[in-house]
Design a protein around this ligand. Structure first.
Ligand SMILES: [Fe+2]
Length: 234
């Protein structure tokens, strides 16, 4: 299993507040059977330039990696990039993709998206060899037009959803339907801390776990460029 969306890096955002908390979160991922974790702190363009963000991320990772060591858990650095107007014009955005991949995890606004926003998603997906993955798509669905998802999929946009989409009885049916029909490519816990937003793979129904192994979800990581990081989990 791959946790594609986490806020485990210490001191980067509203996620983990300390190295100790980050270690706890990683240990919890291992305990719950995860093989690989993408570390995806929030990137807000109004707070940091991409270069400043990368400097901060490196410093945070350095603190964590001095203490964390695990033989089997594969870890990659990335970002959850919040959409902003003009994103397609900022070339440094490409450096925020998940290291060793073309995947750019993109968080969209929680309002109905304008044509410009949708155009930007598609444009971004065509630029700098990026592959856009929309973060926690279940949070946007209620306010978008129903045909939008098919359109985005047809253009090659990939979708990530949170485990909570599957654990909530109100949304579970829809989540399972989407998973079974190829509407979700990645799962993540979007975990933030050791108290209220922990890794929650335990809550993923067995039926969903079964689908994960047969539906090709997460196997998109087979397309990773190998950059020296071992990839036996794919
Ligand atoms: Fe997140």
């Amino acid at each position: 299993m791959i946790d594609f969306h986490t806020h485990i890096l210490p001191g980067m955002d509203d996620g983990s507040k300390s190295v100790e908390e980050s270690i706890w979160l990683l240990q919890e991922e291992v305990r719950q059977g995860v093989d690989a974790v993408m570390l995806t702190p929030h990137f807000y363009a109004e707070e940091n330039s991409p270069v400043d963000f990368l400097r901060r991320r490196y410093a945070s990772w350095k603190r964590l990696s001095e203490v964390w060591c695990h033989e089997y858990l594969s870890i990659r650095l990335g970002a959850e990039v919040q959409y902003f107007e003009g994103i397609c014009a900022i070339e440094d955005i490409r450096h925020l993709r998940i290291v060793g991949t073309n995947f750019l995890l993109l968080e969209m606004p929680f309002c109905r998206w304008t044509d410009r926003m949708i155009g930007d998603i598609l444009e971004l997906n065509d630029q700098w060899q990026l592959q856009v993955v929309l973060a926690h798509i279940e949070r946007y669905m209620a306010v978008q037009t129903p045909d939008l998802w098919e359109k985005l999929r047809a253009y090659g946009i990939l979708m990530q959803s949170n485990v909570s989409f599957f654990s909530n009885w109100k949304t579970k049916g829809k989540a399972m339907h989407m998973l079974a029909n190829g509407g979700i490519q990645f799962l993540g816990t979007d975990c933030h801390n050791s108290q209220t937003r922990k890794p929650n793979w335990d809550l993923l129904p067995d039926r969903a776990k079964g689908l994960l192994s047969t539906s090709g979800v997460n196997t998109h990581l087979r397309r990773l460029d190998t950059d020296g990081v071992h990839l036996e989990f794919v």
